[in-house]
Design a protein around this ligand. Structure first.
Ligand code: CAA
Length: 240
């Protein structure tokens, strides 16, 4: 039977490309979304991938939602923690609310998504966790103290999960995308974006599919000895 994969924020942007790529590889895919019913319905219509609505920032909603997915599609063996938001502002203008929203969604959201599936993965002796971090968690970014903190935090999470899961057949890895052509990057003021593109040696933004291909590799059987690693996919903008 096909393994079931859960992709948070899986109906738009990088998440949508990941959901589609996993479906093409033969996995049963559940894609979550937070609010945009119209985009989710259109995505399901176009792809046949089921979408589920819950707020990853809320533990109980995540747990209930995951139970619903497992009842409908079977045990979740693969989790792609992709859901994320930005609330960019220079630190002197950043509000506690902007800090909290980003921490709750991007960082606590990873806990809320992985924790409810972790025991089942341990019991079954197989699991794949991929967290979508960011180049800005590696290097920091003007205007993103909140976001960079969460994306750096992702790397601590996967390195720790890797050590806890390795003896149980579970791998946990991160991907650090650079600037990818999605709505999130398009929301950056155009002048700033042009400046950023000027700093990418590849001379262009990445495509969501280029991140999705990293994911399909990391969740495959072939990648079973890759655990606690970070793949940077940023057009040579930054090296760790
Ligand atoms: N480096 C240095 N200085 C900068 C700067 C930068 N990158 N950006 C702005 N500044 C300076 C400005 O020149 C200005 O200086 P002066 O006051 O001396 O004129 C000062 O900072 C304030 O600038 P603004 O008035 O424009 O500040 P703002 O409050 O309107 O907005 C900002 C600032 C929100 C940070 C805006 O610059 C911005 O959106 N930057 C982009 C941040 C970014 O890269 N976000 C990534 C989003 S995509 C993503 O997150 C996906 C991923 O994982 C890669």
């Amino acid at each position: 039977m096909a393994r079931t994969a859960l992709v948070t924020g899986g109906s738009r942007g990088i998440g949508a490309a990941i959901s589609k790529a996993l479906k093409e590889e033969g996995y049963t895919v559940a894609a979550t979304y937070a609010g945009n019913d119209e985009a989710a319905a259109k995505f399901t219509e176009e792809t046949g991938i089921k979408t589920y609505k819950w707020n990853v920032a809320d533990y109980d909603s995540s747990k209930e939602g995951i139970a619903r997915v497992e009842a409908e599609l079977g045990p979740i063996d693969i989790v792609i923690a992709n859901a994320g938001i930005t609330r960019d502002a220079p630190f002197h203008k950043m509000t506690p609310q902007q800090w909290k929203e980003v921490i709750d969604t991007n960082l606590t959201g990873v806990f809320n998504t992985v924790h409810p599936v972790w025991s089942g993965m341990r019991d079954r002796g197989f699991g794949r966790i991929v967290v979508i971090s960011s180049i800005n968690g590696q290097k920091g970014q003007f205007g993103q103290v909140n976001y960079a903190a969460t994306k750096a935090g992702d790397l601590g999470i996967i390195k720790s999960l890797a050590q806890e899961g390795a003896s149980k057949g579970i791998t946990a890895n991160a991907i650090c995308p650079g600037y990818i052509a999605t709505e999130m990057v398009m929301a950056v003021p155009e002048a700033v974006r042009e400046k950023i593109i000027g700093m990418i040696p590849a001379g262009r933004l990445g495509q969501p599919e280029e991140i999705a291909r990293c994911v399909t590799f990391l969740v495959s059987e072939d990648a079973s000895f890759i655990n606690g690693s970070t793949i940077s996919a940023n057009g040579a903008q930054f090296f760790v």
